[in-house]
Ligand binder design. Structure first.
Ligand code: SF4
Length: 378
């Protein structure tokens, strides 16, 4: 546990909590009129609940859970398209485990597998590429899903497939980018956000400057944060201190991991393989301009959308959420998961109605895992 314990030190945590309380009082925030801080990343949401930070900090701080869980923001139409590809004859459909149980209108990939589709869980897109080498008579499709954190690995895998001219491998690209939905949230007058805790892993790739517009154009502070309790407490304090002093800046609490300008190798791979889509649909947020990536025409031979005539290549497709599902409202911070009428009432990790209950980074899964099941039973 070396290198981790120092970020979980109770004495240091108590000192930070006291400083947070002092800053919150100085701002004048109360439970009735809280400071609203959005933690963008689902990994941060889980860390906040795992360590009980929401209970430990001053009651005048409200954590708003952001859209930084790629599985959660995937609309049902994209899940349906995955199932459609997976059920085509001769296809081996590969995906990370998180996406296996996300429900679409035709069930999940797991249910498609039970119906006979060849759906396989992989740990890396390179595993999928290896499957295509071993199965030259089959079409192997990798479900490319995620933010800038995972986009480079699919880009580098596609470049490898292109170098080897592997014809039976393709990527169903659903990669998305963090800054555009933040702009959409900031433009939403309902949100009333006071500051942000920025995503640590995404920022390892893109650096901190893509968030400059948040401070410059919207006057809101943002602090890129790590995932240990002291990281999060210190980041909250850094946001509060800016608010207290009337500043709005982009700060990097996670400098031990996040380079200011990101990772140039990853950024070059993304640039070579992908281009922005005109728009992309997000669960709960709708279509957002330039928020999704598509494979450049030069690599169309490895683009599952082109190969199967499915997805945005066939035109945008929208599917309504199931009746009573409040995923969209939770995704946009309008309500907490426990306020969803289906939380524990038809939606649980065993029988998920929405992706937020399935994903390891989902807000509903966090509430359920760290006490929500008890709330639902009460
Ligand atoms: S409890 Fe289920 S239906 Fe309600 S918001 Fe969460 S995932 Fe969606």
């Amino acid at each position: 546990m070396r290198y981790v314990e120092e970020f979980r030190d109770p004495k240091a945590a108590r000192a930070l909590i006291a400083r947070i309380a002092e800053a919150t009082d100085a701002i004048g925030a109360t439970r009735e009129e809280p400071v609203r801080i959005m933690e963008i990343c689902g990994g941060h949401t889980h860390a906040i609940f795992r360590y009980g930070l929401d209970k430990l900090v001053h009651e005048g701080i409200e954590f708003i859970h952001g859209p930084g869980c790629p599985v959660c923001v995937l609309p049902m139409a994209r899940v349906d398209e995955c199932v459609e590809i997976a059920e085509k004859p001769g296809v081996i459909f590969t995906t990370f485990g998180d996406a296996m149980r996300v429900p679409g209108t035709k069930g999940s990939l797991m249910q498609a597998k039970a119906r006979g589709a060849d759906v396989r869980m992989v740990y890396s897109p390179l595993d999928a590429l290896e499957l295509s080498r071993r199965n030259p008579d089959r079409e192997v499709v990798f479900f490319g899903l995620g933010f800038e954190t995972t986009t480079p690995s699919t880009a580098l895998t596609l470049l490898q497939a292109a170098r080897e001219q592997i014809p039976n491998f393709s990527i169903f690209c659903n990669h998305i980018t963090v800054p555009p939905p933040l702009k959409a949230l900031l433009d939403d007058p309902w949100m009333m956000l006071d500051g942000f805790v920025g995503p640590g892993h995404v920022s390892m790739v893109i650096g901190v400057h893509p968030y400059d517009f948040i401070a410059r154009d919207y006057g809101k502070p943002i602090v890129v944060a790590g995932f240990e309790p002291l990281d999060l407490l210190q980041s909250v304090l850094m946001v509060l201190e800016q608010i207290r002093e009337g500043r709005a800046e982009v700060k990097n609490q996670y400098a031990r991991v996040v380079p200011e300008h990101g990772n140039p190798v990853s950024l070059a791979a993304i640039e070579e393989v992908y281009e922005p889509r005109p728009s992309f649909e997000w669960r709960g947020l709708g279509e957002i301009d330039a928020s999704g990536l598509r494979i450049r025409p030069a690599f169309a031979a490895w683009d599952a959308e082109e190969k199967f005539g499915i997805g945005y290549a066939a035109g945008p497709r929208h599917v309504e959420e199931p009746e009573g599902c409040a995923c969209g409202q939770v995704m946009t911070g309008r309500i907490k998961p426990t306020a969803c009428p289906r939380f524990g009432n038809g939606c649980s990790p065993e029988t998920p109605l929405g992706a937020l209950m399935v994903s390891s980074e989902g807000a509903c899964a966090a509430y359920w895992q760290y006490g929500g099941a008890r709330v639902a039973a009460e």
